[in-house]
Design a protein around this ligand. Sequence first.
Ligand SMILES: Nc1ncnc2c1ncn2[C@@H]1O[C@H](COP(=O)(O)OP(=O)(O)OP(=O)(O)O)[C@@H](O)[C@H]1O
Length: 557
Amino acid sequence: MEDLKPNPANSSPLTPIGFLERAAVVYGDCPSIIYNSTTYTWTETHRRCLQLASSLVSIGIQRGQVVSVVSPNTAAMYELHFAVPMAGAVLNTINLRLDARTISVILRHCETNLIFVDQASCGLISDALALFPPEMKRPPLILIADNAAAEDSSSASSVWNRADFVDSYEEMVQKGDPLFQWIRPASEWDPIVLNYTSGTTSSPKGVVHCHRGIFTVTLDSLIEWGVPKESVYLWTLPMFHANGWSFPWGIAAVGGTNVCIRKFDAAAIFALIHRYHVTHLCGAPVVLNMLTNSPDNRPLDRPVKILTAGAPPPAAVLFRTESLGFDVSHGYGLTETGGLVICCSWKSGWNRLPAAERARLKARQGVRTLAMAVADVLDPETGKSVKRDGTSIGEIVLRGSSMMLGYLKDPEATAKAMTAEGWFFTGDVGVMHPDGYLEIKDRSKDVIISGGENLSSVEVESVLYTNPAVNEAAVVARPDEFWGETPCAFVSLKEGLTRRPTEGEIIEYCRGKLPRFMVPKTVVFTAELPKTSTGKIQKFVLREMAKSMGPAGKSRL
Ligand SMILES: Nc1ncnc2c1ncn2[C@@H]1O[C@H](COP(=O)(O)OP(=O)(O)OP(=O)(O)O)[C@@H](O)[C@H]1O
């Protein structure tokens, strides 16, 4: 059989871009995108993306060049996930909640060739470009004009003239060629996207993924979550966050409907679910918490599937979300993995367990998805797999086909993250349970060491979330003269409480539920917890605050 080798008939490069072509054939008349009063079909989306791709080529965009986008979840943002790679270019979606300085650094770092700017982000991009060194060439801009953005503060007219843009998004679509032969990747290893990490632990890093990686993670996520054909997907997860965990391409693969929205709050989510018969949505645990704590929440008429990832979901939050009628799935991934690669695959037998136990099991991150080759937890001392006992701690490592190509212009960080032994080191600390499901205990930088014992801040937080008065909680290390470090809890309380608990009461509550060394020694009440632009709690900010409070004293309790 040695003579049987790859040949042109069996080795066409894998790419998710072909999903759109197929959707236009199979689901041509079905709605592809609903955005405010606009509805497109898959035939129209396919045609519009081809037209836009051809216009990109005619203005000089070349294979492998970076094209950036700053936009909320609009129809244009969705189309660009296909149109930019169809022009052979690399899509770089930028988090519009970042500050101008960070965006300026990103734009210069990736040497972008063109920026699509949503009307409401013009002020932000103007500020970011003003920070370019004077001798540096500014990239050309395309305006995504949008009536729905008009109410936002820094609209185009107030910052820039139309002449500052080389064109408008809609004009580029309209003048493009609907018969354009899109530029297929020469190799499946060609880059397709460049995404910057959330910057939770350090400065954002530029992660490059190839067509093959995105193809596999997209199909993998559809299978793992069980997304059927013609699902109705509500875009609550920003597409700029790791490409919405691959669902822009995934929803095309199943011919679903993308309900795109610029902004959301709990009331809007419940209204849209009802109006469009939404079947699926994604959100970080902070979104689940917002839905369940909102006065607008109401039990759903029919079950809606919600996939959560991005931060540890406390069991209490999962429990409350399911009580409203959501069917929650829990996954784990990093910008570096292109989407979710570990999922808490649900076993039907678990449905017979009490609700609290179900939530506890679901709070575990789970097992590798089908396309991930290996997921393991390695002992930091020996480099060997930890015992499957649910208590031995190690670093979570991964190997598989959706792993990034590497960090842009950072061979050192790339080599540190992906070793010659074939592991990607996640920087997350976890345990392996006897049933083969893994659970994150902390980010390695967030582990608290108290009296020589490693203490999981996530476990303490999950207890705090069960307190009916607690809205959000985060636990970090506070220096302590005797113990080295002790857990310090930052807590925001729910609105409308008739009586607010005291620090002593919160500590007492934890005493009843945690081993002594894990009980917070300090509780700080705060109106809101600091978050990154992707909704993750910024523990480094809280750590600094805890440090500035000084050593906790000589308490030996
Ligand atoms: N289900 C989950 N449970 C717990 N943590 C999760 C889960 N999913 C993702 N995470 C956390 O999110 C991280 C990946 O986040 P992302 O790629 O958005 O950037 P970041 O790591 O937050 O930012 P940076 O790398 O710049 O510090 C994971 O390493 C993990 O710590």
